[in-house]
Design a protein around this ligand. Structure first.
Ligand SMILES: Cc1ncc(COP(=O)(O)O)c(C=O)c1O
Length: 350
């Protein structure tokens, strides 16, 4: 008999295809990452920290929470830093749901939500996003029951790039006051759309965000949760005192002191690169989901061939099937030159 809980022993691991990814050898358009290095002051802050002989000390977080709260325009008591937003997602689900309760997770979506829900042995209900109407608000409302303890709103959703309107999120929060409404704002900097200002009005809202995407720091792992101060106080009982490493805090402190490098990148991606790729897809008649984020979910006739061709030309993208099993290609955008390179390479095969 396994000493591991049987439902966990029977699960599969969440294994993103990370093998062989090398930013010096590939154009990486497969993980929705920033495609350019971070600004020099962030790197220098990390080097200075190492040179200052502080690695032998346990991490202490100083005023980083207050600095993040200021960036988010919320109170420091409404923020908790986490080891990537993955840890925020995990802690929220672990702290709010009991075995056998129901989680509504519209799909397809980011794998981590259902992975954690499975670990907690929740019953997962998965209404589908649609290309025409985006977030399935009515299906979520229809799925509510007295066992609903979690509703995930990935906003914008990965891989579809669709966004749930603020009114829909608040309507769901009001309709399900006993459920945690996990709003994942991982791509916030691309949309500037948030419900962070509504956490006092709706204490069941728990928002996750990250420095992994636009800020270009997924390797150091720093995310945060925004919620009502009482929730944050309780979640801090669950998070370990050293879960976030000190180098992450040093890097993010420096990044927040120089947000211009992120803002310039977002502007180029959204105002130059995205229209370029959309124009190409339109010209070639390739179906795609309208996206508000830095990635586009496309449905060409020959996805496998295209993926292989790009890979042979050192460009990585990510196959992602829709609910019917049709394989699409999720392509994230880089800067103008990288997008032109992508389009040139795609033109050889489409
Ligand atoms: C929607 C969404 N949420 C969360 C994450 C994970 O972010 P982090 O690196 O902060 O754990 C991702 C990563 O791809 C994502 O797409």
């Amino acid at each position: 008999m396994s000493i591991i809980k049987s439902h966990i022993a029977q699960m599969g691991a969440y294994k993103p295809p990370l093998e062989g990814r090398d930013p010096h050898d590939h154009l990486l358009l497969d993980f929705n990452e920033r495609t350019l290095p971070v600004c020099p002051s962030v790197k220098q802050a990390m080097i200075d920290f190492i040179q200052d002989d502080r690695l032998q000390c346990y991490p202490s977080y100083g005023n980083i929470t207050a600095k993040i709260a200021e960036y988010c325009d919320v109170d420091p008591e409404q923020v908790m830093i986490t080891n990537g937003s993955d840890q925020g997602i995990e802690m929220i689900i672990r702290s709010t749901c009991r075995e056998g309760e129901e989680a509504i997770i519209p799909g397809p979506s980011f794998a981590m939500y259902s992975q954690v829900a499975k670990v907690e042995n929740l019953k997962i209900i998965e209404p589908s996003f649609s290309k025409e109407t985006g977030f399935p608000k009515q299906k979520v409302l229809d799925a509510l029951s007295d066992k609903t303890r979690l509703i995930v709103i990935s906003n914008p959703n990965n891989p579809s790039g669709t966004i749930a309107p603020r009114e829909d999120i608040l309507e769901i929060a009001a309709a399900a006051p006993d459920a945690a409404i996990l709003v994942d704002e991982c791509y916030f900097e691309y949309t500037r759309k948030t419900v962070a200002d509504a956490v006092d009005q709706h204490p069941n809202l728990l928002i996750t965000r990250t420095f992994s995407k636009t800020w270009g720091l997924p390797s150091v792992r720093l995310g945060y949760v925004i919620s009502h101060a009482e929730n944050i106080r309780a979640l801090l009982n669950v998070r370990g005192p050293y879960d976030i490493n000190q180098l992450a805090v040093v890097a993010i402190d420096a990044a927040l002191s120089n947000p211009g490098y992120t803002e310039r990148y977002v502007k180029e991606v959204m105002e130059v690169s995205k229209p370029l790729l959309e124009a190409f897809l339109n010209e070639k008649g390739i179906d795609y989901w309208p996206s508000v984020a830095n990635f586009i979910w496309t449905f060409p006739d020959n996805p496998n061939e295209i993926e292989k061709h790009l890979r042979a030309h050192h460009i990585l993208i990510r196959p992602k099937a829709d609910e019917s099993g049709r394989v699409g290609l999720r392509i994230n955008l880089g800067n103008k030159a990288q997008t032109e390179n992508l389009i040139r390479t795609l033109s050889q095969i489409i």
